[in-house]
Design a binder for this molecule. Structure first.
Ligand SMILES: NC(=O)c1ccc[n+]([C@@H]2O[C@H](COP(=O)([O-])OP(=O)(O)OC[C@H]3O[C@@H](n4cnc5c(N)ncnc54)[C@H](O)[C@@H]3O)[C@@H](O)[C@H]2O)c1
Length: 405
């Protein structure tokens, strides 16, 4: 084996540690040379938890002056992706940006221009593409089993999505809206499955219907206000939605870390200020008459992505949680429905997708692979998400071309 890859992680929160630190630490061909986070205490605590010894920085400029790196992984809140990606590329580093690429089309275009100018590589963390069930679905579509695809649907139920309302994810200013923050995964999956047709127009409806003060799941007593966060709430022992911080969160968001920047992870999801949605539907029309719809529901205890893909020779129905793909041919005389159960390779985050993502990035850094998810793909999915966000706010259908003017 050659020299170890020297990788820095910018943003040492849950993704930066629980996914990327944990996975890189297991690899023999890479080391985490540096951490960069504006909260030094959190970065130091992360290093302590994972028993690693990276150099710790609070600014990229300082890191650039001192470190020779092969690549950086950017896992700060979405609104900072653009700033850090441009700085990283200009520092001569290859970059893996966890989704989304950036929170609007203009910032995505700027990242692409900077990558071209510096000759550095940008890969985007569309880990769903590495999901074994979706990889198999893509093969089925590419083999022509469904014929010419014309209609796609994804219904996403995400229990963890409720917690978006408890932290930065609840606000447009940090995310560009959940159609970008969360939907960029899902729009990318449509784009990828369909071989990147040009999206033309988008319409969406989304709102906060449940996670508002009227939805509090307990009667209030006179003189006792709920909140502001689950750790101190008077109703914490009877609230069905009490957010229990994980062991790692309790450490990374301990009193010293919170004192540093005031970032609390478990604000009351019913009372917190928010301008992102807790449920919604978006529809995309692509060139060639292709249509896709994406449904997001962050209420309830179910988590799954359930796809239906319709082509002129058959229909596929997919559940990521059940790990099944049921294919029904259009003319039954061609055969009965076939259900594929996709096993194996499921170890690790997001059904085995995260280890595969990290492995691909390391191989890209070694020059042994080219990124399978590029900045251009990130731009495409952000453009759909941004159009969906404008549509839901302005109650109109949005032409993608508007975003490029
Ligand atoms: N691909 C996926 O499945 C997936 C899943 C979850 C999150 N994500 C993405 O990962 C990124 C991080 O999400 P998370 O849930 O880990 O968030 P987090 O809040 O747990 O961590 C964010 C970290 O960034 C640091 N930070 C905040 N502002 C900063 C700044 N200006 N400069 C430097 N550091 C700053 C915080 O101190 C914190 O340590 C987001 O972009 C999110 O969209 C991707």
């Amino acid at each position: 084996m050659g020299k170890k890859l020297r990788i820095a992680i910018i943003g040492t929160g849950i993704r930066g540690t629980g996914c990327f630190t944990a996975l890189l630490k297991e690899r023999e061909d890479a080391e985490i040379a540096a951490y960069c986070d504006n909260n030094r205490k959190r970065a130091e605590k992360a290093a302590e938890i994972y028993q690693i010894h990276p150099a710790i920085y609070t600014s990229v400029e300082e890191m650039a002056a001192r470190e020779k790196l092969d690549g950086v992984i950017i896992t700060v809140p979405d609104c900072f992706h653009h700033e850090y990606a441009v700085k990283a590329l200009n520092s001569g580093w290859n970059v893996l940006i966890d989704k989304p690429l950036a929170t609007n089309v203009k910032d995505c275009q700027d990242i692409i221009r900077t990558a071209e100018k510096t000759g550095k590589t940008v890969m985007i963390g569309f880990n769903l593409r590495h999901h074994p069930v979706l990889k198999r679905l893509k093969e089925i579509i590419d083999e022509g089993v469904l014929g010419k695809v014309f209609l796609c649907e994804n219904r996403e139920f995400y229990d963890g999505g409720r917690t978006y309302m408890s932290r930065w994810n609840r606000l447009f200013q940090y995310t560009g809206g959940l159609w970008i923050h969360k939907g960029s995964h899902d729009f990318d999956i449509f784009n990828w499955l369909l071989d990147f047709p040009k999206p033309l127009r988008v319409t969406s409806f989304a709102a906060v219907n449940v996670l508002n003060p009227d939805g509090l799941p307990f009667p209030q007593e006179a003189g006792h206000k709920p909140g502001p966060d689950c750790s101190v709430c008077y109703y914490k022992d009877r609230c069905k939605d009490k957010y229990e911080l994980s062991r790692e969160e309790l450490q990374l968001w301990g009193p010293e870390e919170v004192a540093e920047d005031g970032y609390v992870k478990n604000l009351c999801m019913y009372l917190s200020d928010k301008d992102n949605h807790d449920n919604g539907i978006a529809m995309v029309e692509y060139e060639g008459g292709l249509k896709a719809s994406h449904f997001e529901c962050f209420i309830g205890s179910k988590s799954d992505r359930i796809y239906t893909i319709a082509g002129d020779r058959g229909i596929a129905e997919v559940s990521l949680t059940d790990r099944t793909i049921k294919v029904t041919p259009r003319w039954r005389r061609d055969g009965e429905s076939v259900t594929y159960r996709v096993g194996g390779e499921m170890e690790g985050g997001h059904g085995g997708a995260d280890p595969s993502l990290v492995d691909t990035f390391c191989r890209v850094l070694r020059g042994e692979a080219i990124p399978n998810s590029t900045a251009e793909h990130g731009l495409l999915s952000t453009s759909i998400g941004q159009a969906a966000e404008i549509s839901r706010r302005e109650h109109r259908m949005v032409e993608i071309s508007e975003l490029y003017r």
